[in-house]
Write a protein that binds this ligand. Structure first.
Ligand code: ATP
Ligand code: MG
Length: 387
């Protein structure tokens, strides 16, 4: 017997944040017959524009939070930098998933790494730098390294590669001496991620391991095709992700990113307490998407193991593609959509900017080779470097 449903279709589900992840959550919720409410200060946010309700206030605005709790029967989040206090405030009157405490840990690289350690999941050798004394005490073995702000980094922002102690000191000054983590620069063979969903009853399901290619610190390509990772490593990545979720008593969708090192070992990079860019392929390549999993965990619907029905490759569509020789131009969607197995997702952002995530393109097909061939054709059409 499965547990009784917490919130039946027809209820209203709320989400903190109105970006593309919130938009795809809203789409999934609406498909299942839920009403939706989005809290985001931007009157024109991608999710706010498609939601039944939109509360256009700051995340910590008491009136806005009260309004969200009034319209929504339960609340989730679409980005990890929503202040944990806002989730705590909402939790006083509504079920909130993931919980504020789990989000607070994911928001802070130092706490996140400590959590990985507690779960027995290895991460990069690192040191926390909050004081000049800690800066001086950094062991030489961590250089060359990457200095990352403990909080508020994304898409490689708030990071600096440092080769020497002098560079480290300059980089910390450049980051306004906010709390940071210095990580040893590791020899990566590739990167991958795993999305899990965990219900209130502890039931857990996961998507298959996804191989990710980053360019300039931003995810560029995700491949979920044959042979992405040798089977024993894939099993270990899934097991590690489950341990991380269990250790947080997590409810919701969680993504853990890994580095595969050149010596074949697997090291955890970071986690996101929400669906992740690397899981977008699941909308078109699996029978349950990561966004439907988010709806199911929030509303207390049964969790079933998603089945990948097609090999899939996802290409991120960054704002750079909207500029040809410095002039703004719409990418050639006619040519892209003429390819077989293309699924174009655009987030409705009014203004393209270099590096801004404007949408993604998922390619599916009968075989991994066929999907790869069309993905490369799409890259050529769009001016994305081949992979
Ligand atoms: P996002 O939130 O978009 O995933 P982020 O800003 O949190 O990105 P990270 O995931 O920490 O950034 O790093 C971005 C990329 O930089 C990684 O995916 C990897 O390619 C590279 N990188 C980060 N840390 C290391 C490391 N210790 N050694 C080698 N490469 C690294
Ligand atoms: Mg990352």
């Amino acid at each position: 017997m499965s547990a009784p449903i917490l919130l039946q279709p027809g209820s209203t589900l709320g989400v903190m944040g109105g970006g593309q992840l919130g938009r795809m959550f809203v789409h999934a919720a609406q498909q299942l017959g839920y009403f939706t409410a989005v809290l985001d200060p931007d009157a024109d946010s991608p999710a706010g524009r498609v939601s039944h309700h939109h509360v256009p206030t700051a995340y910590l605005d008491a009136g806005g939070l009260a309004r969200l709790a009034e319209v929504a029967a339960a609340v989730t989040t679409e980005f990890e930098n929503v202040p944990a206090q806002a989730l705590t405030a909402l939790a006083a009157s509504r079920p909130v998933a993931p919980a504020a405490e789990a989000v607070a840990i994911a928001q802070d690289r130092a706490r996140e790494k400590a959590h990985f350690g507690r779960c027995g999941v290895p991460c990069a050798p690192h040191a926390v730098i909050e004081t000049p004394q800690q800066l001086q005490a950094v062991p030489d073995a961590l250089l060359p390294g990457i200095l990352k702000t403990a909080r508020l980094g994304y898409d490689g922002k708030g990071q600096a590669r440092v080769g020497t102690r002098a560079e480290l000191e300059r980089a910390w000054d450049g980051l306004q001496r906010v709390p940071c983590v210095l990580e040893k620069l590791l020899p990566l063979a590739s990167e991958c991620s795993v999305v899990v969903a965990r219900g209130r009853d502890g039931a857990m399901v996961h998507l298959p391991v996804q191989r990710n290619l980053h360019r300039d610190g931003i995810l560029a390509v995700t491949e979920v095709v044959d042979g992405v990772l040798p089977e024993p490593l894939a099993r270990r990545a899934v097991q590690a992700t489950r341990s991380v979720a269990e250790g947080l008593d997590y409810v919701g969708v969680l993504c853990v990113e890994f580095f595969l090192l050149q010596d074949g070992s697997l090291v955890v990079n970071e986690m996101a307490p929400r669906p992740h860019n690397s899981g977008h392929w699941s909308i078109d390549g699996a029978d349950v998407s990561q966004f439907e999993l988010q709806v199911r965990t929030l509303a207390g619907l049964p969790l079933v193991q998603p089945r990948q029905h097609s090999p899939a490759i996802m290409l991120n569509l960054l704002g750079d593609l909207w500029f040809v020789q410095g002039r703004e131009a719409t990418p050639p969607w006619d040519q892209v959509l003429a390819l077989p197995g293309t699924h174009l997702h655009l987030y409705g952002k009014p203004q393209a900017r270099p590096g801004r995530k404007m949408g993604h393109l998922t390619l599916t097909g009968a075989t991994s080779a066929a999907v790869r061939a069309t993905a490369l054709q799409a890259c050529a059409i769009l001016g994305i470097a081949p992979f």
